[in-house]
Design a protein around this ligand. Structure first.
Ligand code: ARG
Length: 314
């Protein structure tokens, strides 16, 4: 985010390559309308995901007025005023054309986005001025946990840079697929303590999940923060993560780190604000007694009916 606030006027002579999120492909207009472009004080800042008709989820460090630890600043759940934000949904273009612009009524940074949690709990919720008719992306149900276990190819998307050295973001949203890593692998990649400054923080499995190839090459990058990590389910996708941080972008051995949205403390916090954003838990297929012997049914079947004399199973 900081990069863009500082570099609004920077020359774009060194145009970014025509693919971004590093190693991705441009998303055609009309696809992924729930991916939000989050502008802060008139400049592109972050990506986000529409999770309910009036709520967009983005990164904590995109909402916290005090900045993030990884920027050498102190994270705190104190948000910038809502009026400094503009959120565009329904457009894959960085200039927002064809999309829907929204002011923001309320900015809520995760109450645990505090210095004692390092770079963890990196989530902000933004309430839009008006509800949108665009279909939100639901956060994965607890029962869908296997859709983002290590090895699963998840989809990442955002308006961020196409390479760590690009001078600015591309003019079209990009997406790519990356496999979820194990927590052990990510802990080795980001072992730094809370005191570590620079672009990488330390991995906390309670509030973070990582994705990327061991050899790198495909990753989120600056500006993708807050954007979605999507887990494949039977019919479509669920939101499982939000882009948080990484060492550079797409480097070998340095997977992207995502806020772990669908379980643990972040899920609990999100539930207190936007319970409607969660995919329903699939009701367990109940073993129904094959026959219910109500009195009227018994009568209908005749007293001796076998169907009706089978014991009820509970
Ligand atoms: N912190 C960055 C942002 O504000 C996101 C960086 C993601 N980096 C990565 N290597 N996956 O946009």
């Amino acid at each position: 985010m900081r990069v863009f606030l500082a570099a609004v006027a920077a020359t774009l002579a060194l145009a970014a390559p025509a693919q971004a999120v590093v190693g991705g492909k441009p998303v055609p207009q009309g696809r992924m309308p729930y991916v939000a472009n989050v502008q802060i004080m008139g400049a592109f800042g972050c990506t986000g995901t529409l999770i309910a008709p009036q709520w967009v989820l983005t990164a904590g460090h995109c909402g916290s007025a005090t900045g993030s630890l990884s920027q050498g600043l102190v994270p705190a759940p104190v948000a910038w005023p809502a009026s400094t934000y503009l959120v565009v949904v329904g457009s894959v273009y960085s200039d927002g054309h064809g999309g829907e612009s929204h002011g923001v009524r309320q900015v809520l940074v995760d109450s645990d986005y505090v210095v004692t949690n390092g770079t963890g709990n990196d989530v902000t919720l933004m309430k839009l001025d008006t509800p949108t008719r665009i279909t939100p992306m639901r956060i994965a149900a607890v029962g869908e946990r296997s859709s983002w276990k290590p090895g699963v190819l998840t989809t990442i998307a955002g308006f961020g840079k196409t390479s760590q050295d690009a001078s600015g973001p591309p003019d079209q949203m990009q997406s790519a697929r990356v496999p979820v890593t194990t927590d052990a692998y990510c802990a080795k990649a980001y072992p730094g303590g809370l005191s570590e400054a620079g672009d990488d923080g330390s991995f906390d499995p309670k509030t973070m999940v990582c994705a990327g190839y061991p050899q790198g090459g495909t990753d989120t990058c600056e500006g993708d923060s807050g954007g979605p990590l999507l887990a494949p389910v039977k019919r479509g996708f669920r939101l499982a993560g939000a882009t948080s941080f990484g060492a550079g972008c797409a480097q070998a051995g340095k997977p992207g780190v995502y806020a772990r949205l669908a379980e643990g403390p972040i899920r609990e916090w999100l539930k207190t604000v936007v319970p409607e954003a969660f995919a329903p838990e699939r009701a367990k297929a109940k073993k129904r007694a094959r026959t219910r012997c109500t009195r009227s049914r018994a009568r209908a079947h005749g007293k001796r009916s076998r169907v009706c004399h089978r014991p009820r199973r509970r």
